[in-house]
Ligand binder design. Structure first.
Ligand code: MN
Length: 427
């Protein structure tokens, strides 16, 4: 099945006809509205809706600067829109867009000419810890190989409640955080910029349909409520985290920024790439049982580019199938105790590390706590992130002659604000 937009038919393009991810964009300073990615173009869904070529229901939804209204319509509307957009963009399909040059000019914009925005209003952000290799590596570093996984890990999709307010779209610069850190060998903390600034390579699941407070759901019901997936970088200040995390978990170490990719890849696009979870090392409680394969075979990469470097270096390659708990399991677990889940809730998967050294999803693991510096392709070395470094996540599901891509999730680290004034007691 080919698109009449030629770039969409290239085997390595992230946005072929079979993908059709949704996002929010603007061009020429106009108001942000919803769009769909096709090849190297963005199709303006607000214009298509106004022109009467698409309709998601009685009310218009795509002129909004967020996908939430569309996400809240549920699976029948999502499937119908996918079918309609496919017809409009397929070579030999419905000619209403392709055959109207004036409309085409208003609908299609080169991706290079648009500004991408946060694709949905983030209602809440919960960060899970469902990567077993990651949890094991961190456990070995901090507690020793004997106690690598906490006793609850194989039973519970562990998580903490993060901050929706600092979830930002790819491209947003991130300021190195200030906070309390306790230098090794000292008993008391100092106030300092983080010296161990890190990334976490994760997938983000985007909740489309809400749940009611006090109303648990099954894993199968949770699956129906998920609209799609993004790449997610859970920026982490390891030194702030190490001092603050007991007994309530991460706080300041994780609240200064969480980056997501601008395109939400739908469940439908990922359907051919479903894979079963790894063998269970301990039977799961029945409420977490999966009715079918709920993980996805998605190839993932981390790239690092120091300021002024000619090119980025790939520092890790892994796969989303390495996760131990799926997003529907996480969502069911989230709601099982009565928590109300909302349209626009974002679930971070947990850092996705593979079994080998070059497939680890954080610098903490890649440099083994800073003990084993990485050498980049440009000859520079790194343990943690330095000011001016740009970190990029990318990923795609590989089909026979096409990719269901996520594009990029990128961010550059800005220097910390000066600490002097704060140390002198400035309020
Ligand atoms: Mn995380």
């Amino acid at each position: 099945m080919k698109s009449w937009i030629a770039s969409a038919n290239h085997p390595e393009n992230h946005f072929p006809l079979l993908n059709l991810p949704y996002g929010v964009f603007s061009r020429d300073g106009e108001a942000p509205r919803c769009g769909v990615a096709i090849g190297d173009c963005v199709a303006d869904l607000a214009v298509l809706e106004q022109a009467g070529l698409i309709s998601a229901g009685p009310a218009r939804v795509f002129g909004a600067p967020a996908l939430n209204d569309f996400m809240a319509l549920g699976a029948a509307a999502w499937d119908a829109m996918r079918a309609r957009l496919t017809a409009l963009l397929t070579e030999g399909g419905d000619d209403a867009l392709r055959g109207d040059a004036a409309l085409r000019a208003r609908v299609l914009a080169p991706m290079a000419d648009v500004k991408m925005h946060l694709p949905f209003r983030v209602a809440g952000y919960t960060d899970f810890y469902s990567g077993k290799h990651h949890a094991s590596n961190v456990g070995i570093m901090f507690r020793g190989a004997e106690n690598a996984l906490p006793p609850n890990w194989l039973s519970i999709p562990i998580a903490y409640n993060g901050r929706a307010s600092t979830v930002v779209v790819s491209g947003t610069e991130i300021r190195r955080p200030l906070g309390q850190i306790k230098p090794s060998g000292q008993d008391l903390p100092v106030f300092s910029p983080s010296r161990r600034l890190d990334i976490e390579l994760e997938m983000g699941a985007v909740v489309g349909l809400p749940t009611a407070m006090g109303a648990p759901i099954t894993v199968a019901e949770a699956e129906e409520k998920i609209f799609g997936y993004v790449l997610l970088n859970d920026w982490s200040a390891r030194d702030i985290q190490a001092w603050e995390y007991q007994p309530l978990g991460p706080f300041q170490a994780k609240v200064f920024g969480t980056s997501i990719s601008p395109w939400v890849v739908t469940k439908a696009a990922l359907a051919p790439f479903r894979v079963a979870a790894p063998a269970r090392e301990r039977p799961l409680l029945a409420y977490l049982a999966e009715p079918g394969p709920m993980l996805f075979d998605i190839q993932l990469e981390i790239l690092m580019q120091p300021e002024g470097a000619a090119r980025p270096s790939v520092i890790s390659r892994t796969n989303a199938r390495e996760l131990y708990f799926s997003a529907p399991q996480q969502l069911a677990h989230h709601a099982i105790g009565g928590c109300k889940m909302e349209t626009g809730d974002l679930l971070g998967s947990g850092t996705i590390s593979g079994p080998t050294k070059d497939s680890r999803g954080s610098l903490l693991e890649l440099s083994w706590g800073g003990a084993e510096p990485l050498t980049l392709e440009t000859g520079e070395t790194r343990t943690f992130i330095e000011d001016g470094d740009t970190l990029t996540l990318t990923g795609w599901a590989q089909g026979p002659d096409y990719r269901i891509g996520f594009g990029e999730c990128t961010g550059k680290i800005l220097p910390a604000l000066p600490v002097d004034g704060w140390e002198a007691g400035r309020g």
